[in-house]
Design a protein around this ligand. Structure first.
Ligand SMILES: [Zn+2]
Length: 271
């Protein structure tokens, strides 16, 4: 009874055993997976993967990731609009700003990041879609652009890396925070303080697979580092402990939060 709100299930790392991973995830109670795009050239593959599975249900999210900014073309914004007109995706993502990576922090690239973020946000507003945000060391600029555009469709700040004040600002702007494998790491102090400070209604969970493997699965085999949507219960378990909720309570709340954040009306097999 879980929704993985952020997974790159379409990528090459899953090519050889995608059917098995989908079955494992479903067996672990993962009933839906938001499959998040990053480069336009992979959108067709992403959409075709999403059509191949019903259990779990795969939800396509299309967009242009800020970390790949040098590769994006203006014509791809028109392609994105075409997909929105065809109703091919449930949300736009992952989009946002990143000044953590040195190369894309340079003015010409950062300006292009801001342009692509603003234009994709405008499309989301026009087509009333939520957004999946990727933001690292750029929260203030993201707030500025969201406010300038009076964007009110909400969405998810994936792999949230900010502090408590920033978390509260996102909540006020109608966003949920995506909590991933980092919550299973005791040394992630800042994230733990955010999780403690925020109401559970502001949180959703994600794997970001194949990246960000949760602690218990890393310990199993240090050489094997591919994350999987089937590991989502590890994230849920850590969050349930932190918020002192039973797994069942947490599942129901997160299901509701995820549906709200992604404008979905999904029914779970359990509730
Ligand atoms: Zn991602």
């Amino acid at each position: 009874m879980w929704i993985d709100t952020h997974c790159h299930f379409d990528v090459e790392e899953f090519a050889h055993d995608r059917t098995q991973v989908a079955a494992d995830a479903y067996a672990q109670g993962v009933e839906a997976i938001a499959v998040i795009a990053y480069l336009a050239k992979y959108w067709p593959q992403l959409l075709s993967v999403c059509q191949q599975f019903k259990q779990p249900q795969l939800l396509p999210v299309l967009g242009l990731h800020p970390c790949y900014i040098s590769e994006h073309q203006n014509s791809e914004l028109a392609q994105l609009e075409q997909h929105l007109q065809n109703n091919d995706c449930i949300a736009i993502g992952e989009i946002g700003l990143d000044t953590y990576v040195a190369e894309i922090k340079q003015p010409e690239f950062y300006q292009k990041q801001q342009q692509f973020f603003a234009e994709q946000l405008a499309l989301a507003k026009q087509y009333q879609k939520p957004v999946v945000l990727h933001v690292r060391k750029a929260h203030a600029d993201v707030f500025k652009i969201i406010k300038q555009q009076k964007f009110s469709e909400g969405g998810i700040v994936h792999a949230f890396s900010g502090g408590v004040e920033e978390a509260k600002t996102y909540a006020k702007l109608g966003f949920k925070l995506g909590i991933g494998g980092s919550v299973t790491y005791p040394q992630a102090k800042r994230l733990h303080s955010v999780v403690n400070a925020m109401p559970i209604e502001s949180l959703v969970i994600e794997t970001d697979a194949p990246d960000m493997i949760p602690m218990p699965h890393r310990q199993e085999n240090a050489k094997y580092t591919r994350n999987s949507p089937a590991y989502l219960p590890s994230v849920a378990h850590a969050l349930a402990q932190a918020k002192q909720l039973s797994s069942e309570q947490l599942a129901q709340i997160l299901w509701k939060n995820s549906c709200q954040a992604l404008h979905l009306s999904l029914k779970s097999r359990d509730f």
